[in-house]
Write a protein that binds this ligand. Structure first.
Ligand SMILES: [Fe+2]
Length: 283
């Protein structure tokens, strides 16, 4: 059993490698932003929500580990109604780490901070003060480039612990995908937020998460339906004789071109990034 910044991990393998080696320095380069940004540390808000999805758990884990191809399609309605800003301002690249971990919807350095500043203007003076305080705290506690990253995206710690964290107004959401056989997941969803954030900001973050990646949220329902339909389609006699095609993106991996951001790097097929890749401009 080991503890990383308050998060306790355990397994039954007496020969397990140390936790920080398993999580890996590259992944922690990003994840540390979620742990270091909160002014008063993280606290759990609300109960751990438990619900079941008639789907194979690997679909959910993979979804968070870097399947950003689905975002503009599965969640297209959320963008159309203005629930979220333009996707190109949110996600820029995907990162893959050792031991099977991955993350996606990582924005260009500086973008997440810009988004939060814009959101703060909308939420009011307390929120503006809060964004500035968190950003200053990051600058004091992590590297300049990490502080410039400011926000994260979502990821999966192999095998079945997913997380999501977009900027300072977003909760740090954890999803534990417990398999209940090959065709059903019991989801344990927990939301954490900054203990010392203003109450108005806490309330916004909790409400926003309920409307987004939760059992009754827009994104949670979109994804859950996909997971169920794929599981159902793959259950058939003919489907059982076929392998999944996992070749998409193979051969296009690269080291990050975002200065020193770590990890094996993949690109998101948003309209702008797809165009910039096709034309060779990758700024
Ligand atoms: Fe999704």
């Amino acid at each position: 059993m080991e503890n990383y910044k308050g998060f306790i991990f355990a397994n039954w393998d007496e020969d397990a490698i140390p936790l920080v080696d398993y999580l890996g320095a590259d992944q922690l380069w990003y994840l540390d932003l979620a742990f270091e940004a909160p002014l008063g540390g993280l606290e759990v808000i609300g109960p751990t929500m438990k619900f079941r999805i008639k789907a194979n758990w690997k679909l959910a884990a993979e979804n968070f580990a870097g399947d950003d191809y689905h975002v503009l399609y599965t969640h297209g309605s959320a963008f159309q109604i203005g629930f979220l800003p333009d996707y190109d301002t949110l996600g820029d690249y995907i990162a893959y780490f050792g031991h099977g971990h991955g993350m996606g919807d990582i924005s260009k350095p500086g973008r997440a901070y810009q988004n939060d500043v814009g959101m703060a203007q909308f939420l009011g003076p307390e929120a503006i003060e809060y964004v500035n305080a968190v950003h200053e705290r990051l600058k004091a506690r992590v590297s300049p480039l990490q502080a410039e990253m400011h926000g994260l995206g979502q990821g999966n710690i192999f095998p079945n612990l997913s997380w999501i964290k977009f900027g300072v107004f977003h909760v740090f959401g954890l999803f534990q995908w417990h398999p209940r056989g090959p065709g059903e997941i019991e989801v344990w969803q927990t939301a954490l937020f900054d203990r010392d954030a203003p109450q108005s900001v806490k309330d916004f973050a909790r409400t926003q998460m309920s409307q987004e990646n939760a059992a009754a949220g827009i994104f949670g329902q979109d994804d859950g339906e996909n997971f169920e339909q794929i599981t159902e389609s793959a259950r058939g006699v003919v489907s059982q004789t076929r392998d999944f095609n996992y070749a998409m993106g193979l051969g296009h991996e690269a080291r990050s071109t975002r200065r020193d951001t770590p990890a094996i790097w993949g690109t998101i097929r948003s309209r702008t990034t797809a165009t910039s890749i096709a034309t060779g401009s990758n700024s």
